[in-house]
Ligand binder design. Structure first.
Ligand SMILES: Cc1ncc(COP(=O)(O)O)c(C=O)c1O
Length: 414
């Protein structure tokens, strides 16, 4: 190399895609904490705090609640490779990109996969899961809680009841939901729940929080064959995240510090307040998009939609890529494209974690209005921002988070 590359100084971005979201500055600060050795008592104390915080956020009394190293899919893969043995029957719900991912992972684990499908943009019907369960003895039902590709929120309680009645484990992919909407692991009867750090938790990607109950623990302990993966072996990982401190991988110390801070931020904010904040900003965004004449994708009622991922139809004749490109170039705003059958047809706008704030919503609406006008989509000037502001006003939220971020009133008056 003739010369070393210059300083790492990317342009500022407002991340309003389906993840990664903007990292909470507190998380970034925590990640800059000097490193500790992984068996240093100060680090093992942090590990214990992370487990305790995860139990709060997953709403569980499970002893097992810890992060698997790797991104969200590492958690899904750890659960499947560890809980399934070749030939086990698995019922997997599929109505989007991440259902397809679980089908693929289960197949690679050698399981016999029985897919239960619904159209993208719809929820899975419990009746269809029941029918699949009646087809044979099933080890696991795997369902996506928040389908990021379509913006659908899948109710889980009824599916959990069915799985239990058939002595199958229920695994929920809560990668996009944890920290943004309720994941009531114990109350809903989830046996395994897997999350990610880069969505509503507003931490960089790199860990996959997981929790599982004693039923899943028994399946793990009783398996006949050796777990095929060493890195994703939940038996070893759970011993590492226990007083045994079994020496598995080298701790990704900075990520663990970051996750601790992200979870602490959830607890400080309060889970219900946090869910309400996600509902507020998603609803304000949707009010603004409607005023710009944009249509949302899907026809499900609000209760079955993710509050913080808004799938919006690309207007007829608009070049969806050029719009996203101009949003970044001119406004520094990133929104998401789509997968599979929805590619080119919808955008996905995320208002998650630290990204879920009034300033970002108003900027996104103003930016979209400008860019879409350049594409020939007309709307009355400022209509999107005005509708979102009206929503915030009705909710009594206008000015609230500005005041919060400025600190106590009176600062600067001396
Ligand atoms: C619902 C869902 N499941 C799984 C994943 C995969 O997670 P990761 O990209 O962190 O491996 C994602 C990521 O977008 C997701 O949204």
């Amino acid at each position: 190399m003739a010369e070393a590359p210059g300083d790492l100084l990317p342009g500022p971005r407002i991340l309003l895609g389906p993840g990664p979201t903007m990292a909470d500055p507190r998380v970034l600060r925590a990640m800059a904490t000097p490193l500790l050795g992984q068996f240093d008592p100060e680090f093992t104390a942090v590990m214990n705090e992370v487990m305790e915080l995860l139990r709060v956020v997953f709403q569980t009394q499970n002893e097992r609640a810890f992060p698997v190293p790797g991104t969200g899919r590492a958690g899904l893969e750890a659960a499947m490779v560890s809980l399934l043995e070749p030939g086990d029957r698995v019922v997997v719900g599929e109505c989007g990109r991440f259902g397809l991912l679980m089908i693929e992972i289960a197949e690679r684990c050698g399981a016999t996969v029985v897919p239960v499908r619904a159209e993208w943009g719809h929820v899975l019907e419990p009746g269809a899961i029941a029918k699949a369960l009646e087809g044979g003895r099933t080890r696991m039902v795997a369902v996506v809680h928040g389908e990021t590709s379509t913006g659908v929120l899948q109710p889980l309680e009824e599916i959990a009841r069915l799985a239990r009645a058939h002595e199958a484990l229920l695994m929920a992919d809560s990668v996009v939901t944890l920290g943004g909407s309720e994941v009531a692991t114990d109350r809903w009867g989830l046996d395994v729940a897997v999350a990610g750090t880069q969505k509503c938790l507003s931490c960089p990607s790199g860990l996959a929080p997981i929790t599982f109950n004693a039923r899943a623990g028994t399946v793990l302990e009783k398996r006949a064959s050796r777990i095929q993966s060493n890195y994703l072996d939940l038996l070893q990982l759970q011993r590492y995240w226990s007083p045994a401190r079994y020496n598995h991988h080298t701790a990704p110390t900075s990520m663990v510090f970051g996750l601790r801070e992200a979870l602490r931020a959830c607890v400080v904010e309060g889970l219900e307040a946090r869910f309400e904040r996600h509902r507020l900003h998603g609803a304000a965004l949707r009010a603004g998009l409607g005023a710009l004449g944009l249509r949302l994708f899907g026809s499900l009622p609000e209760a079955l939609r993710l509050p913080f991922i808004t799938p919006v139809m690309v207007p007829e004749g608009v070049d969806e890529f050029r719009v996203r490109q101009r949003l970044i170039q001119e406004f520094g705003v990133e929104i998401g494209a789509a997968f599979g059958p929805l590619q080119g047809k919808i955008w996905r706008i995320g208002t998650m974690g630290y990204s879920a704030r009034l300033q970002n919503v108003l900027l996104c609406l103003a930016a979209l209005e400008t860019v879409l006008r350049g594409e020939g989509v007309q709307s009355s000037a400022g209509a999107g921002v005005a509708a979102a502001r009206a929503h915030y006003t009705r909710a009594g939220a206008l000015g609230r988070d500005v005041a919060d971020s400025l600190g106590a009133p009176g600062i600067g008056s001396h």
